[in-house]
Design a protein. Structure first.
Length: 170
């Protein structure tokens, strides 16, 4: 299970839950935390259902603040949500079963699509390098090399457009 508390260090805590998105629960949780400790500065983001709590770590212990937030959240109908990936589960290797974002959450790609995305990353580097070379060679008057580096740019651009063809054509 994933806790409502996304991160917590003495003096700073972030709380996030899908039920807090554009609902009155965010304001109620904010008010309950302020009733518990009035010196807390709270930055609410209703678009993603998040509260950032900044408090005096000398006045309130981190464990006490965490316990209070969890108590207020459970009283408000917020319960822990299942984690997208359980702790200890190994991340999948690129060539075996696709690619997953570095955090272990997020979209998972099939191996063929993952290879295309990795190829696209190199194509972007190639476009950047060949564009710089093309501009330099044009300024230096080296027409043949300018044309070759321009062709390399067009090739890398072709790979990039092929990778994103569905988004471009839809």
């Amino acid at each position: 299970m994933m806790s409502l508390i996304v991160s917590s260090i003495p003096g700073r805590m972030r709380v996030r839950h899908p039920a807090l998105v554009a609902s009155g629960k965010l304001a109620r949780l904010q008010a309950a935390v302020l009733d518990f400790y009035a010196g807390c500065q709270i930055e609410a983001n209703p678009r993603i259902g998040s509260l950032l709590l900044v408090y005096d770590a000398q006045a309130v212990a981190r464990e006490a603040m965490e316990a209070a937030v969890l108590r207020f959240a459970s009283a408000g109908g917020l319960e822990e949500i299942p984690a997208p990936q359980e702790a200890g589960q190994e991340k999948q290797e690129f060539w075996r079963g696709g690619v997953r974002s570095p955090s272990g959450q997020g979209k998972q790609y099939a191996p063929a699509q993952a290879r295309m995305l990795v190829l696209n990353r190199y194509a972007k580097y190639g476009m950047l390098a060949s564009l710089g070379a093309t501009l330099y060679l044009a300024a230096a008057g080296k027409r043949r090399w300018h044309a070759l580096s321009g062709a390399a740019f067009v090739g890398a651009l072709g790979v990039h457009l092929a990778t994103h063809r569905q988004r471009i054509l839809s």
